[in-house]
Write a new protein. Structure first.
Length: 256
């Protein structure tokens, strides 16, 4: 039997779009190779090529049909990039990064979020509001995918993600490290804007439909609710997270 030819990109991450690729080059993600439509022009393309050259990353010009075949149905804007397999951090590494930066810890924990676009949107907001990193479970949850990167508008290149086997154990660890655990819950005791969000903290958001799991809810120091009108009983996970993250950002002086 003829051995299948190995593709050096099979185990990596493919992303597309001009601004996502530019942000990947600006951030900490390891870009392996860039494919450009041979007619692609513009200031963003020029920045990408310049950054790629400075880092020794191959940037090849290819016919548009090749990009269409690699990203069928996607708005690739004439550019695709291949990244090395995503390297998840440990929660301890996220904390160490925060302390090295000298900022008050602010981490995001996602309790079995399934939708990649919600995940990407939350990362985008996190990058704008001073979040040091996100923590997700290893199983039964959306991991880092091309759709997440696209949904984050490239913010994934600036917000590291940790993956854990057991979120409850991570919460216990974070408590020992002096962080307050605050969960978003529509039945919470406190309106989110009444809480002191300047504390070193972890904000936990539940998955679509189910919300926070019982065990994580019990481990929270505070449960924060977002008051809504009678016509709305709940909010999309990305919307709810965005509202609370911006209040944390406001209370901390609007400085990243």
């Amino acid at each position: 039997m003829k051995k299948k030819r190995e593709n050096k990109h099979d185990s990596g991450l493919m992303i597309w779009g001009r601004h996502p690729v530019l942000e990947a080059l600006k951030g900490f993600l390891p870009v392996q190779e860039i494919l450009l439509h041979d007619g692609a022009r513009g200031s963003v393309i020029e920045q990408i090529v310049k950054l790629a050259q400075s880092r020794g990353i191959p940037a090849k010009q290819v016919p548009r049909i090749e990009l269409e075949q690699k990203a069928p149905g996607e708005n690739h804007q004439g550019i695709i990039a291949y990244l090395s397999p995503y390297q998840y951090l440990a929660t301890e590494e996220l904390l160490q990064r925060t302390r090295t930066e000298g900022s008050v810890p602010f981490l995001l924990m996602l309790d079995h979020l399934q939708d990649p676009y919600n995940f990407g949107s939350l990362l985008r907001t996190a990058s704008l509001t001073g979040v040091s990193g996100a923590i997700i479970p290893r199983d039964r949850a959306c991991g880092v995918t091309p759709a997440v990167f696209k949904g984050s508008a490239g913010a994934l290149a600036h917000v590291p993600v940790a993956q854990a086997v057991n979120l409850a154990r991570e919460v216990d660890l974070l408590k020992k490290e002096g962080l307050w655990i605050m969960g978003a819950d529509m039945a919470g005791d406190s309106a989110f804007f009444e809480a002191d969000l300047k504390l070193p903290m972890v904000l936990i958001l539940g998955g679509e439909g189910k919300g926070l799991s019982r065990l994580l809810k019990e481990k929270c120091d505070f449960l924060l609710r977002i008051p809504t009108g009678e016509a709305v009983s709940s909010l999309n996970a990305a919307v709810a997270g965005g509202i609370i993250m911006y209040e944390i950002f406001r209370q901390r002086g609007l400085r990243v």
